[in-house]
Design a protein around this ligand. Structure first.
Ligand code: F6R
Length: 239
């Protein structure tokens, strides 16, 4: 694991954003795995600024996202598809034909197989961006007794519901989501995980210094051979 500690989320957004700009320019047809949530937003903002300044084009990239809620329409303002459109895809020249998402309203088994095949058909994910939950989750893989493999349907924990329900003001927050499994994430060629803020410090410590255990799903990243972890000073405080 390569660990980079920067001052705050803005410095991380600039560093990660510049990494993606350079990577896309060098590999215009690359396959990128995206995450939602607050953490990657400064990185996405940086990429949008670079696009507006004609420093990068995303028109040939392919994308996969980590996860999606079940039981809400794709176009609902709390869906992760909507989030990506608002924060990145709708602001750049990405080709929506090459944007793939897990469908939270499909038969999970068939959808999991479809997603695995779609990723494989593109040659795998070149770079996957991740955040981390306060309980060590990655994507929606919550602490459990075993590591998952391909995409699956998860019952969200109370910790995750407490963290995310503030975003749901018109409907109750769903209690289920579909998520890429740990195996699908680990098959990405390169992984960039970002953690910012003191609420992530315990999870960051467990991920980097603790045992590899499904009780802290992010700890599996210790076994990946190309992981870069960007931390701000608050998230790195317990290392
Ligand atoms: C979202 C995702 C989640 C988040 C995590 C942190 O696609 O995969 O694992 O990365 O819950 O969320 P934020 O960034 O909002 O703290």
């Amino acid at each position: 694991m390569e660990i980079k500690i920067l001052k705050d989320e803005n410095e991380i957004g600039a560093a990660c954003g510049q990494f993606f700009v350079d990577y896309i320019n060098a590999n215009p047809k690359c396959v990128l795995g995206f995450a939602t949530g607050a953490t990657p937003v400064p990185t996405y903002n940086y990429i949008v600024d670079a696009y507006n300044n004609k420093k990068v084009s995303l028109k040939e990239i392919s994308t996969f996202n980590l996860d999606e809620y079940c039981d809400i329409p794709k176009e609902h303002k709390n869906s992760y598809w909507y989030f990506m459109r608002e924060n990145l895809f709708g602001k750049v020249d990405v080709n929506y034909d090459n944007v793939d998402f897990l469908n939270g309203n499909a038969d999970t088994e068939a959808e999991s197989a479809r997603y695995a095949k779609a990723i494989a058909d593109k040659g795998g994910i070149d770079v996957q961006i991740l955040g981390i939950g306060r309980n060590g989750h990655i994507a929606f893989n919550e602490p459990s007794d075993e590591f998952t493999d391909e995409a699956w349907k998860v019952t969200l924990t109370q910790s995750t519901i407490d963290a995310n329900s503030k975003y749901f003001d018109d409907i109750p927050m769903p209690h289920y989501a579909v998520t890429m499994g740990i195996g699908s994430i680990m098959r990405s060629k390169k992984i960039i995980l970002i953690a910012t803020g003191d609420s992530k410090a315990e999870a960051v410590k467990a991920m980097i210094k603790g045992p590899v255990t499904p009780q802290c799903p992010a700890s599996i990243l210790q076994q990946h051979n190309d992981v870069v972890i960007y931390l701000d000073e608050a998230a790195a405080a317990l290392l």
